[in-house]
Design a protein around this ligand. Structure first.
Ligand code: AMP
Length: 125
């Protein structure tokens, strides 16, 4: 447990290397790893190392340049791993499917030029 008494998120534990993940990109402020339960052929979670923002709305209000950096890393991952077309999803709120309250984006894409993303990639993220 942290000094604030709040349990670190699962993503903070990945950032601290306390639990394993397949990390695919990392900068000073951002880390990206393969989603443990992929909803598309390419499914990467991109998150901030700073855990203080619980969702994209808080991040946009509190640190817009960090949001821009997150999006840039997501775009780089998509360029490397998808057919060039991808979804960038920020679930916001429990009813919208958010389960980890540490701001993150899902990069969802197909890995081959002919594949398209089905609606399954949007459901129950
Ligand atoms: P959300 O439901 O939008 O909050 O997204 C949380 C995502 O984190 C889900 O897609 C989970 O599959 C993913 N996830 C949870 N635990 C892990 C983990 N240990 N390693 C990688 N991805 C995870």
């Amino acid at each position: 447990m942290s000094s604030s008494g709040v349990q670190p998120s699962i993503f903070s534990r990945i950032i601290a290397r306390e639990i394993p993940a397949t990390i695919v990109a990392e900068t000073e402020h951002i880390i990206a790893f393969l989603d443990i339960a992929p909803k598309a052929p390419v499914h990467v979670v991109v998150t901030t190392k700073d855990p203080q923002y619980h969702n994209v709305v808080e991040l946009a209000a509190g640190n817009p340049s960090l949001l821009a950096e997150l999006v840039a890393v997501a775009d780089q991952i998509a360029a490397e791993r998808t057919n060039g077309q991808f979804r960038l999803v920020f679930n916001t709120g429990t009813a919208a499917g958010q389960t980890v309250f540490h701001v993150h984006a899902h990069v969802l894409g197909s890995s081959t030029p002919t594949d398209s993303l089905g609606e399954d990639s949007l459901g129950a993220l």
